[in-house]
Design a binder for this molecule. Sequence first.
Ligand code: ADP
Length: 486
Amino acid sequence: MRKFLGRLNNIFFKVFGAISGLTIFFALLLGIVFIRLYTKSAQRTRQEQLCHVSEQLATRLGDTIAYGDYEGTMQFLEIYNSFETAELWFVSENSAISEFENDLPGLDMAIATTQEEFLEVIDKTYEGTQVANVFYSDIHMATAIVVGTPVRGSSGTIIGVLVSIETLEDLDGAIEGIGRMIFVSSALALLVSGLIAFMFARRITEPVRQMRLMTRDMIEGNYKLKTGINRKDEIGEMARSVDMLSDKLLENEEERKNMEQMRLDFFANVSHELRTPITVVRAYAESLVDGVVTTKEEQEEYYSRILRECSNMERLVGDLLTLSKMQNPNFKIEKELVSLTQILEDAVGGVSAIAAEKGISISPSGQFDEPCMVMGDYGRLRQMFMVVFDNALKFSHEGSTVHVDVKCSGNAVEITIRDEGVGIAPEELPNIFDKFYKSRLLDNEKGSGLGLAIAKYICEKHNGTVRVESELGKGTAFTFVFGKTS
Ligand code: ADP
């Protein structure tokens, strides 16, 4: 559990770090951009308003001074005072105007600071145009918009400067509020990103944990488990691969067990097949050595039995040798252009004596006269047909016929060898090509059960196929198909 938490934490912190880093970065970026834009636009609006009002005030002030229109100016100042927050100074070098000082409330008739920025605004205004600037005012202890407006007398000459000051404290407050909002929302975003990171990390670590457990089981040889993960993302793909891997390993394991079993069976079969003739030979030889057998006829009988058993063993060992060669994946058949019909004829010639002995006739049909050339090993192909002819004769009744049909058209050669013998039971059919699978019939006393296995290997080494059809009591047909080369 602790280990799991450790792993989760690892991924969790990585995801959390990435998400929270991004969140904080964007919150800061957005905050700074927003505050800058907000400040700029708010300042601009206020400055425009202040310039506009100051312009009107300066005109009124000029009129007051020139024509003595106190009432109008007073009203204007009153209205102005009621909704504007700006501070107004009137600066003039003309001593004659000082008499207005007490009559105009809300208007300071002097400059209350020596701060350079203020003096600069006043100086510039004296040049004839309205001047606006934003700077930190020492006496107000806040950033302020300062607008200087020229006040003109009746002749149009500048008789003073109206300085309007509006501090931006409230704007600072608003910015502070926005900053706080951004901070709170960033903290909330961090909390949410922590939650997302936790869920995200769990979604990754849980299947990884499952896969890890499964692979550990696989290392210990248990291939039957499945991850049970069904997702459409990369993790799902990985889980499917792990499942496929375990299937494959299970398959291999079963194949390996089968092979092992087959190998053991093979050894058991070989030992069994060899032990019987050896026991017989030993018994006969012992009898001869001990002098138990006295008559000449009996002795000859014993010698010929020993000889028969020896040739049986020789055949068995020969078959085993061929089989082991054929099973070797590196074994390559020496191929040359050969006539399949010629090989068939040769094989028929080889078994004709046994056929005649049993009164069985071999009847060719189809394109037996055509060469039917294929690439192959003459000797091996002859051996293959001999196995099938041997069986056909062995399992046929006296006086029956073995039919050999050749179809040599298109790109393939098809050869069918059909007998009218005992036939094979349907449940036995799938096994007849297995090594050591043989009939217990008396006719098959000498059979080793290796013939058809060898025949099938030879056929496959020639890229051919073999199939068998049979009906109990009616007969059996083996059909070989090879690719033609001409
Ligand atoms: P063997 O002939 O030495 O027993 P094979 O591998 O040649 O071994 O044949 C395996 C088994 O297949 C035979 O023992 C027999 O049961 C069956 N079989 C093969 N050919 C025929 C056939 N023509 N008719 C009936 N059974 C057959």
